[in-house]
Write a protein that binds this ligand. Structure first.
Ligand code: SAM
Length: 335
């Protein structure tokens, strides 16, 4: 069993399979930083973890008690053979649940194959329901493909279908009612997420942050929100339902109500580092050990070392500057 210094047991692994993305969200992987092209170098292909390497690590994590895995990126669906990888993860003894976080652009193309390989649930990131605004935020005119992807996974019966919305003042704060209305019309689970200070968070985007309490207040001016009791290991969202709605509304509040005390996660980055916390700079390079022929005992010890350095809680308010000195590069770590 993997237990950290604060008695938290690790049951959940997030695996980033690529740093590449087909969107250019202004706050995550912007096309430009200021007036200059952001010109992010992609991680070289041979530096990205192979599926075989990830499956070997996932098997070791499973032996140590991990039960759930989320596949993420970058945009995971830009990598080949994701459905097969999902199926292979699900065939590991002890892994009972594999999910995927995607921007949805390629979802229509892969939804059926993903379902056939055993994917049951999915998170789709969508910060606006207005096509023009979507294009402005993401730098790409892809709203209709994302929307068709969402319809497709609902049609196929994936459950839950979660829609992740990063709340940003002056950008999508006029759409909170529309996202809430969506839960009355469709069996979708909207999750508003507080904006975190990551590597490319500019002063502007940090100032644009909206705390969950403000969104709750706004939605409650229109509807009664019935709280949904939290199931064990149901994730960090506080969830509500509008009466008779097929969907739910949740709030993930890493800033105003951090959930580090219940953190049960470890991450593997696209370049093969173990990352104990999204919002700390600590990483342990496990790819180097893997590629130099380390046996499972050695890899297991590296995993224990990474778990041992998990922070008690993130330190956003103590020195992680919201003006850029914050967490790492989201699209490389995997959100
Ligand atoms: N491409 C996939 C997607 O769009 O869902 C997976 C990777 S993306 C980095 C995962 C999530 O991180 C997205 O929902 C994105 O909006 C969110 N994200 C990126 N930067 C963020 C930040 N600074 N604060 C909060 N969420 C952020």
């Amino acid at each position: 069993m993997l237990t950290d210094s604060f008695q938290r047991t690790i049951k959940y692994l997030r695996v980033s399979i690529t740093d590449r993305c087909n969107l250019r969200c202004s706050y995550c992987r912007p096309e430009k930083c200021g007036n200059t092209s952001s010109n992010f170098e992609h991680i070289q292909h041979n530096e990205i973890m192979t599926y075989e390497e990830l499956l070997r690590l996932a098997s070791i994590f499973a032996r140590l008690g991990v039960e759930k895995i989320r596949v993420t990126g970058g945009e995971p669906l830009v990598r080949k053979n994701v459905p097969e990888f999902v199926g292979d993860l699900l065939s590991i003894k002890g892994i009972s649940d594999v999910s995927l976080t995607t921007n949805g652009v390629l979802l229509q193309d892969y939804a059926e194959a993903l379902k056939a390989k055993g994917l049951k649930r999915i998170n789709i990131s969508l910060d606006s329901l207005v096509p023009d605004k979507f294009s402005k935020i993401t730098g790409r005119n892809e709203f209709s493909r994302v929307w068709k992807g969402i319809q497709k996974v609902i049609e196929l019966g994936l459950d839950p279908v979660k829609i992740n919305v990063v709340a940003m003042r002056g950008i999508n704060d006029d759409e909170f009612f529309d996202f809430a209305t969506l839960t009355l019309e469709l069996p979708v689970h909207v999750r508003f997420i507080e904006f975190m200070p990551m590597a490319f968070t500019t002063g502007d985007s940090a100032r644009n942050r909206i705390l969950s309490s403000e969104i709750i207040e706004k939605i409650e001016s229109q509807w009664v929100l019935e709280p949904i009791p939290k199931a064990p290991s149901s994730g960090p969202a506080e969830c509500f339902k509008i009466k008779n709605a097929p969907g739910t509304i949740g709030f993930i509040s890493p800033i105003s109500r951090h959930f580090c005390g219940e953190c049960n996660r470890m991450r593997i980055t696209a370049a093969g580092s173990l990352k104990p916390c999204l919002l700390s700079h600590d990483e342990i390079d496990i790819k180097a050990a893997l590629r130099s022929g380390a046996d499972d005992d050695y890899l297991e010890n590296l995993i224990y070392s990474a778990v041992a350095i998990k922070w008690k809680r993130h330190e956003i308010e103590n020195g992680m500057s919201p003006d850029g000195g914050g967490g790492g590069i989201m699209f490389r770590i995997g959100g």
